[in-house]
Design a protein. Structure first.
Ligand code: FRU
Length: 521
């Protein structure tokens, strides 16, 4: 959360035109297979939930403008997590009876209270949908409080009623937010994690009825504490190749350990219904081996998990906001601003460095491919090869790269003349270079090179790259590393090139798959 957005936006707009950039036509940058609202501002995903054949996404939404403000919960539903139907705003910001106090609906989660044990829905309601969110209370420019509220719906999230005895959890703080609630079956109770943002701590609470909450414990003041902590998400995560085994992972959105911008970190440990205890054998942020970064790009934040996944759907599934508070309000997109990642299936993999987070796009995204153009393996020696000449910037590219003797090796995307987005492997690191990716003029903080350490697997790096207009998600080595970055190319299509410098490299298992547009227009 940042305040005073407007002046910055105006300044950015002025410098945008001063730089002689023509504004793109509306929707030019709107992703075609990543979720975004048709218009206006969005940030965090909220209340991710499956119920009665529908996946629900609620999200931080400004119903009135294309910048942050008037935070309310937008709403959409989907049967397959890829094709979304937009619904009216679910929980709007509201004014108190005094006419001057406002409550904005900040981030939170949603659960199904079976048989309405909370009594929040009308008597007789079978499945009561309950949203647990942060009420951010203001009077004019003055922030008065941040506390946890609940609202309920007895019609599958279509209409909502605020609980008349809100707040349900108030610590007299202005920095206490983002409740993430799930059902803890072993003790038949609800567990909430919420951040004490400026203390860099997560507080855990329990409740039997979603209305009365008792403090269980705290975790924090370790990892990256250079920025406020936001949007905690705690869940058991399966360990690959160890059937039935899970380990608890706590996700925190906060500062990136290396650079001055926001990102996410994760902690692997154990949760016994009371305490989350870090298991120090796993990746953790002790310099110089910073390894518990969730996504090494600049534009993946505030991700939370779906509650109540249907039987047969392997989880956990997480969705994150594709943007960054460092320049979020300044993005050159209109009439919308903000989009969500593909749902990511997460797991843990046992490695020499402990349990490593693995992320893969949801498998059914493969069903959106129109054609699969496979290409023969190619050797590239100190030059570059055009793989596709002018492909619309909505596709999936997979490639295995064997760097061989090359010093630098990689892929150029959305290339038009000098304009290019470069994903390259150099000195044991995978880099994402967007300095020449198109329009970068709207913020000094935007042009950047991101990098992550990445070990070769049998001499090879495996890349799976999703390009969707202004979104690029790069999954490396089966999701052991992910880099997600926005780009703003000036053309709707561009070439794909493979290149090698200082030696020869091999590119194999190459597949280019244009992806069908599924956003509701
Ligand atoms: C994270 C965040 C949350 C807050 C929301 C406000 O991006 O700052 O902490 O609830 O956004 O929109």
């Amino acid at each position: 959360m940042r305040q005073s957005f407007l002046p910055i936006t105006l300044l950015a707009l002025m410098s945008h035109f001063a730089n002689g950039q023509a504004a793109q036509k509306p929707d030019f940058y709107r992703p075609q297979y990543h979720f975004s609202p048709a218009k206006n501002w969005t940030n965090d995903p909220n209340g991710l939930l499956y119920h009665n054949g529908e996946y629900h996404i609620f999200y931080q939404y400004n119903p009135f403008a294309n910048v942050w403000g008037h935070m309310s919960w937008g709403h959409a539903v989907s049967k397959d997590l890829l094709r979304w139907e937009h619904l009216p705003v679910a929980i709007p910001e509201f004014t108190h009876p005094d006419g001057k106090t406002m409550t904005s609906i900040f981030s939170g989660s949603a659960v199904i209270d079976k048989d309405n044990t909370s009594g929040l829905c009308p008597a007789g309601t079978k499945d009561c949908m309950v949203a647990i969110y942060t009420g951010n209370v203001t009077q004019g420019d003055k922030q008065l409080a941040q506390y946890q509220n609940v609202a309920s719906s007895s019609d599958n999230g279509r209409t909502w009623k605020q609980y008349d005895k809100n707040p349900v959890l108030d610590l007299n703080s202005k920095e206490f937010r983002d409740p993430n609630v799930f059902w803890y079956a072993p003790q038949k109770k609800w567990v909430m994690s919420a951040v004490k943002a400026t203390e860099h701590r997560v507080a855990f609470f329990e409740s039997k009825d979603l209305k009365n909450w008792t403090l269980l414990s705290h975790f924090g003041q370790q990892g990256d504490t250079t920025k406020v902590w936001e949007c905690p998400a705690l869940m058991p995560v399966p360990i690959q190749n160890e059937p039935g085994k899970t380990k608890w992972v706590l996700f925190i959105s906060a500062g990136h350990p290396q650079k001055d911008y926001v990102g996410m970190q994760y902690f692997v440990g154990d949760f016994d219904g009371k305490n989350f205890k870090l298991d120090p054998a796993n990746p953790r942020p002790i310099a110089p081996a910073v390894s518990n970064v969730v996504d090494w790009g600049k534009d993946y934040y505030a991700a939370i998990q779906f509650n109540d996944l249907p039987a047969g759907q392997t989880g956990p599934l997480m969705v994150g906001w594709l943007n960054n508070w460092a320049y979020g309000n300044e993005l050159p997109t209109t009439p919308f601003k903000g989009a969500m990642s593909l749902p990511r299936q997460i797991s843990l993999k046992r490695t020499a460095a402990g349990l490593q987070l693995m992320q893969q796009p949801i498998a059914t995204v493969a069903g959106l491919r129109t054609v699969n153009t496979t290409k023969p393996s190619m050797k590239v020696s100190s030059n570059s090869i055009v793989v596709e000449k002018a492909i619309d910037n909505t596709y999936e590219l997979t490639v295995d790269i064997k760097p061989g003797t090359a010093k630098t090796v990689g892929v150029k995307l959305a290339k038009n003349g000098d304009e290019e987005t470069v994903i390259q492997y150099v000195n044991g690191k995978l880099q994402f270079d967007r300095r020449k990716s198109g329009d970068t003029s709207f913020s000094k903080k935007f042009a950047s090179v991101e990098e992550t350490p990445l070990a070769l697997q049998n001499g090879v790096i495996k890349l799976r790259i999703f390009v969707d207009k202004s979104v690029v998600e790069v999954f490396a080595n089966e999701g052991e590393r992910v880099i997600t970055d926005l780009i703003f190319p000036t053309q709707p299509a561009g070439s794909i090139e493979f290149f090698a410098e200082g030696g020869s490299a091999e590119f194999s298992n190459v597949r280019v798959s244009p992806i069908k547009a599924v956003v509701p227009q």
